[in-house]
Design a protein around this ligand. Sequence first.
Ligand SMILES: [Zn+2]
Length: 173
Amino acid sequence: MKGSFVIQLTKLEDGLNRLDFDIDNSFFENLEYAKVKEVEGKLVVEIEKSESTHKLWLQVHTKVRLSCDRCNELIFIPVNNKHKLVIKQTDEEVTYEDEDIITLGKNKSEFDLAPIIYDIINISIPLKVSCDIEGAEKKCDEELLAKLNNTESENNEKEIDPRWEKLKILKNN
Ligand SMILES: [Zn+2]
């Protein structure tokens, strides 16, 4: 199903399973996270199932569209990460030290990976987004940046044109 990251646990076979999911814009549509404008990519999940335990290996391969902190252009940058996770099905109340072990009631047949994928992508986005990031779609327009900087310093000495003021606010966001 498009946009769904729900795993049907009961449909898995004992042993190793592999599931592929597409990650697209619909993933962030209903989430209030304005920073990500666009995302495209895939999620590969390998699951080793044995009785009441599921071991999951998640691989996120995406391109996320964000605005460059320097030139403000919207660019695609690669966002990739891996995550390991264990789901234990039990009706007993147990707490594990390891936060990557999740408990689920024995009668539960589904597990939604969406919140985990959301976290993985968010954590993997660099704090400083710029065209200098390896694998970024393009480089900053240095000429334009230089021009902007020049005009800014000229204007600082004189009266500030309100249009530049607006631009500065944009740049600082
Ligand atoms: Zn840039």
